[in-house]
Design a protein. Structure first.
Length: 295
């Protein structure tokens, strides 16, 4: 049985840890509120921009050539992995890494065997994890969350688009957590490049999408395609940021509860140990008194 001093030290240690997890939960809750507001404002804009691009493409009489739409035989692959910069957020990062590894095994096993799969890491945890696994990692933008803004994400998107346009990659996929609620995050593995033109649905008649373009439709699509890709990446980063704060809030809440349960157990052990020590002392005193009487 542990001594009273050891049990007392453990109680102090667990109590200090509980205070830290409580504080981290409150900080995560405050950040989550802001992150949730950002993503809720971004979603309608991103969806409408995507609809606009699809509608204009559907109503287009001519095919607009763009290096971002070129479909090539897949030899070299870039996977954009969005994780967090810090841990203590449960299985948030682990799930993204597992989903990415599964994607590589299912779709790009041949390319990975040749070393032609590269990771574009947004978030330090993803960069560290895939570096340990032996992948070539571009970690230029691992600190995006410390200065999260559209300008920073736009720069990353432009680098990815330029690399694809120049033929350095034949396919670009995007893996991230979508925010659903505080306790639930949904892993997404989306094709980022090349852009596949969507065919108009049966509900969209040609007359309904036959617009007069000003300026030309080529100029409009040339502007919409890169902007849509930048917004798509920015939305993924915002989704991941909100998911991270929700996951950290949940993890810290669970840690606080576990610390409370551990404190109850330690206090029970402390009281039992103290009671046993007192009983032992009483017995020693009684034994000594009896010995004196006998003498």
């Amino acid at each position: 049985m542990a001594s009273l001093k050891e049990v007392r030290n453990r109680i102090v240690s667990v109590n200090s840890t509980q205070q830290i997890t409580k504080a981290m939960k409150m900080v995560a809750a405050a950040k989550l509120r802001r992150a949730q507001e950002n993503i809720l404002q971004m979603r309608p804009y991103a969806q409408k921009l995507g609809e606009m691009l699809s509608t204009v493409s559907a109503g287009s009489e001519s095919s607009v050539d763009s290096p971002l739409k070129v479909v090539r035989s897949i030899e070299k692959v870039l996977i954009v992995v969005v994780t967090s910069d810090r841990g203590l957020c449960g299985a948030f990062n682990t799930n993204v890494v597992k989903a990415t590894v599964q994607l590589i095994e299912d779709k790009y096993a041949a390319q990975a065997a040749k070393g032609d799969v590269e990771i574009f890491a947004i978030g330090k945890k993803g960069a560290e994890s895939f570096s340990r696994r032996g992948f070539k990692v571009n970690s230029t933008y691992t600190d995006l969350f410390t200065r999260l803004s559209f300008v920073a994400v736009k720069e990353a998107a432009e680098i990815i688009m330029t690399a694809f346009s120049e033929g350095r990659y034949d396919a670009v996929d995007l893996v991230y957590n979508e925010f659903k609620n505080v306790a639930t995050q949904i892993i997404h593995t989306d094709r980022y490049l090349p852009i596949v033109s969507e065919q108009p649905t049966s509900k969209v008649k040609k007359a309904e999408v036959n617009y007069i373009f000003e300026p030309t439709e080529e100029e409009i699509l040339a502007e919409l395609i890169p902007k849509s890709l930048k917004i798509q990446l920015y939305r993924a980063v915002l989704e991941s940021n909100a998911s991270e704060q929700g996951a950290r809030m949940t993890a810290m809440d669970k840690a606080t509860e576990n610390a409370q349960e551990l404190l109850k157990e330690l206090k029970l052990v402390y009281n039992r140990t103290r009671q046993a020590a007192i009983t032992t002392e009483i017995l020693e005193i009684v034994g000594g008194a009896e010995a004196l009487k006998a003498s």
